[in-house]
Design a protein around this ligand. Structure first.
Ligand code: SAJ
Length: 436
């Protein structure tokens, strides 16, 4: 029986390699549609957790995962030879940057090395990891071409389909976020669309894998550059003596031709600070300098230093030196209402303050401890008038919804607000990022 028939009668066996915040929700979606799914990961802890029906991804419902495992629709393994029994395979492994801020595609290559002897006729391979245009053809297709019997678009299909998972997003999830897909051939795209349409309510086919790879990079480069603009507007407004937040809110009343982005303490997360460098790196190999990406990167990466300068000047104005001052950081995750600290600007700010001789504590209801470089801190258990008032300055870095900002306002000696949580509060001891 052909692959499309197996996709349609749900007898196709699906594999997902990489069981993180992208792969596990995807695997569970396929089980929800009635497919048998094998999750493959190098992390034995993840594999054991899944096989015991124990969920570890907040965006996946515990009962749904448990049920899928109970019904034997979902199993997990560290064994890459499982691929020989699969009809379709989605690869969802990390694509970080290395120390030189160049793409690190080693996880993709490592997967291909592990599965090269098991890819076979009548299977679909889809790369989901965010990567530079050309990667699917440069990194995966050669393994298929090594096998003379395998002819892409005839008896094996290869596509790229960018992940669009937004951890913590209550409105959009795997099944209701439109999915872009591009194949090495039109037939590959059609087969890819056939499968993904079974779990996602809108699948958008584009003309090639490179197009699909570029779509994802445009999405996140767009964000990084506009966040960079918002941050530069904040710096300009400080010099102009106006309030950037008021300016941006007023500009956002324009019902067309404007999209609101806001300043912040810097650019965190595992997508936005990273994805644009995959694009600029690729263009550099083509002898082109992606200037917007570089400029946005310069502005965004210097925001932590700008925040520390604000803290220093506010302390100075109050006859205090940053050296020896007691500083309370509110919120350390990279954005509100999540526990993820990857690339969080709070880490840069804490390190800069520590190097300046400050005494630092933090409070974050989602993060109970921070250990990086030579920083080792535990979050305060609670915020009280007493423990807040002990600090020379309170610095708002992440505006988690559950934080009692009114208590912070009435208890703090001085406040640096990088998220405009005190938007309409009249308090001369509040210094806002972006306010001159
Ligand atoms: N940030 C600002 N100002 C803004 C928006 C964000 O300073 O106006 C900062 C955030 O505080 C954070 C960083 O930028 O530190 C990234 O924030 P983000 O809202 O882009 O959140 P991410 O990193 O979780 O981005 C993900 C991306 N999703 C995927 O790549 C599939 C992104 O494409 C989504 O648009 C974004 O979620 C989202 O909209 O939530």
């Amino acid at each position: 029986m052909g692959l499309v028939e197996k996709i349609n009668d749900k007898s196709a066996k699906i594999g997902v390699i990489g069981l993180g915040y992208v792969g596990l929700p995807l695997a569970v979606e396929f089980t929800n549609a009635g497919y048998e799914v094998v999750g493959i990961d190098i992390d034995q802890k993840k594999v054991n957790s899944i096989n015991f029906g124990k969920n570890y991804i907040k965006d996946v419902r515990d009962d749904i995962l448990k049920n899928a495992v109970k019904k034997k629709l979902l199993t997990a393994s560290t064994n890459f030879n499982e691929v020989k029994n699969l009809d379709a395979l989605s690869i969802c492994v990390p694509t970080p940057l290395n120390k030189e801020k160049n793409p690190d595609i080693s996880f993709i290559v490592s997967v291909m090395e592990k599965i090269k002897d098991y890819i076979h006729e009548n299977m679909l391979i889809v790369l989901e990891s965010t990567t530079y245009p050309g990667s699917t053809k440069e990194l995966i297709l050669p393994y298929i071409n090594k096998n003379d019997e395998l002819i892409p678009g005839e008896n094996i299909c290869l596509c790229f389909s960018p992940e669009r998972i937004d951890p913590g997003n209550k409105e959009y999830n795997t099944s209701n976020t439109p999915k872009v897909i591009g194949g090495v051939t039109d037939k590959c795209s059609d087969v890819g669309k056939e499968l993904y349409s079974k779990i996602i309510n809108r699948v958008v086919v584009v003309s090639s894998t490179e197009t699909a790879e570029m779509v994802k990079l445009l999405e996140n480069t767009f964000r990084a550059i506009n966040i960079g603009l918002a941050n530069e507007v904040a710096i300009m407004c400080e010099k102009l003596g106006v309030n950037a937040w008021e300016v941006i809110d007023a500009a956002a009343t324009k019902p067309f031709g404007f999209m609101k982005f806001t300043p912040g303490p810097g650019l965190g997360g595992h997508c936005i600070p990273i994805d644009p460098y995959y694009l600029s790196w690729k263009l550099k190999t083509l002898d082109y300098d992606a200037r917007f990406i570089k400029l946005a990167g310069e502005i965004n990466t210097q925001m932590p230093k700008h925040v520390v300068e604000l803290i220093t000047s506010v302390l100075n104005e109050n006859q205090k030196s940053i050296n020896g001052s007691k500083i309370l950081i509110i919120g350390v995750s990279y954005k509100k209402n999540i526990d993820d600290c990857r690339e969080s600007p709070a880490l840069d700010i804490i390190e800069l303050l520590k190097n300046a001789g400050s005494i630092i504590e933090f409070y974050d209801p989602f993060v109970n401890k921070l250990e990086f470089n030579d920083v080792k801190l535990r979050s305060l258990d609670t915020l009280t008038k007493d423990n807040i008032s002990k600090f020379d300055v309170t610095v708002i870095l992440t505006d988690h919804s559950q934080i009692d900002f009114a208590l912070i306002n009435e208890s703090s000696k001085l406040i640096i607000d990088t998220r405009n949580v005190f938007k309409d509060v009249k308090n001369k001891n509040i210094k806002r990022l972006g306010e001159g």
